[in-house]
Design a protein around this ligand. Structure first.
Ligand SMILES: Nc1ncnc2c1ncn2[C@@H]1O[C@H](COP(=O)(O)OP(=O)(O)OP(=O)(O)O)[C@@H](O)[C@H]1O
Ligand SMILES: [Mg+2]
Length: 336
């Protein structure tokens, strides 16, 4: 039987697929799928977090135990806001990242085999998925509430194949129940305050505006189970505070122009001229590059232009020139 590779957080584990019905005796034993796919420390960032109105709203939704959907452009702060809100409410935080190949195994677990300790005979067991673990946070073995419920963030929700999203259907209903058919119909009942948040670049309606390849249309019945749909967008006053906090004070006079250019690039993105979302990450990388490349323009080219094909690079270079008065590759020193 061929081993399949499961990749998570840059680590590769070799595990064996039982779906063809064969049992193989020499398999590595992996204790929990959560070890493969869970990070409780996802959007680690050296940028100090600054709460804004979206953050306060998210915090309210979590403390009211509402499932919600968060839509917004790349790098607008969706994941970090949910994580920070969960952290401030002292709720355990789980995050899973979906992609086109995500199967329901990452969520609900899978049948695996291991060698029996005394006889060496292969035996089957259920490797728990991270959804089950998250649902049971704060409950004791009898299902009694003994601690706070988890917040479960499903990032890039629309990238998941529809059948994977479907397993969440009943968990999103008020009874919060998960039935694992492949484990003898075992029923798991979540902590009553368990919250699921889906985050994505669309409202689950598919890639209408372009620029987000690989997103699916999410079944209305699934979307309908989220109580609220929140739209997040780039927040200019917040970005100004972030940029000034990461930049040397002597460059602060550049911030307004940087944000004006970011706005122009984002408009070009919405208009379809550029297929590149100008995220907070790009802005921060550009700002940090000032001292590395000793130039505003060159740093722009390495932090932003480098991601673009020639025609789009030309478009952003023109936008740069309109804002700063020179081409980004000019030798004119904007830092002095
Ligand atoms: N309120 C904030 N204060 C400080 N930094 C922030 C804030 N919001 C976002 N950031 C920073 O912006 C970057 C992007 O944020 P994040 O990853 O949360 O965005 P996202 O919308 O989830 O992006 P993607 O669509 O790529 O998943 C991160 O480096 C994060 O630290
Ligand atoms: Mg994210």
């Amino acid at each position: 039987m061929k081993p399949i590779l499961e990749k998570a957080l840059g680590t590769e584990f070799e595990i064996f697929d039982l779906r063809d019905g064969n049992i193989h005796a020499t398999v590595p034993i992996i204790e929990s799928l959560t070890a493969l796919s869970l990070s409780d420390n996802p959007e680690d960032s050296d940028i100090p977090f600054i709460p804004n109105s979206s953050y306060h709203m998210i915090r309210k939704l979590i403390s009211g135990n509402h499932n919600f959907w968060l839509e917004g452009p790349a790098g607008s702060g969706k994941s970090s806001n949910v994580k920070q809100a969960a952290k401030s409410l002292k709720r355990p935080f789980y995050r899973i990242n979906m992609n086109g190949h995500s199967t329901d195994e990452a969520l609900i677990g899978a049948a695996r085999i291991k060698g029996d300790e005394s006889t060496g005979q292969p035996t089957m067991y259920w490797l728990k998925g991270m959804l089950e673990k998250a649902m049971l946070e704060g409950l004791d073995d009898d299902g009694k509430v003994v601690g706070p419920a988890a917040v479960f963030l499903i990032d890039e929700f629309e990238a998941a194949p529809p059948e994977t999203a479907f397993v969440l259907q009943r968990v999103l209903e008020p009874e919060k129940v998960l039935i694992i058919d492949n484990d003898g119909g075992r029923m798991i009942k979540a902590h009553p305050e368990f919250v699921i948040c889906a985050a994505g670049n669309t409202k689950g309606t598919g890639d209408i505006r372009g620029g987000y390849a690989g997103v699916n249309q999410v079944n209305f019945a699934t979307r309908d189970r989220f109580a609220f749909m929140l739209t997040m967008d780039y927040d200019y006053p917040l970005e100004k505070r972030i940029l000034t906090s990461v930049m040397n004070e002597k460059y602060h006079d550049k911030v307004d122009k940087m944000l004006a250019l970011a706005k122009a690039i984002r408009k070009a993105n919405i208009d379809g001229a550029i297929s590149f979302p100008m995220s907070i990450r790009r802005l921060v990388a550009w700002a940090r590059g000032f001292e590395i490349f000793n130039s505003v323009g060159k740093s722009f080219l390495y932090a932003i232009g480098g991601f673009l094909e020639d025609d789009q690079l030309n478009t952003v270079s023109e936008l740069f020139q309109r804002t700063f008065g020179v081409r980004p590759d000019s030798d004119h020193d904007l830092l002095s």
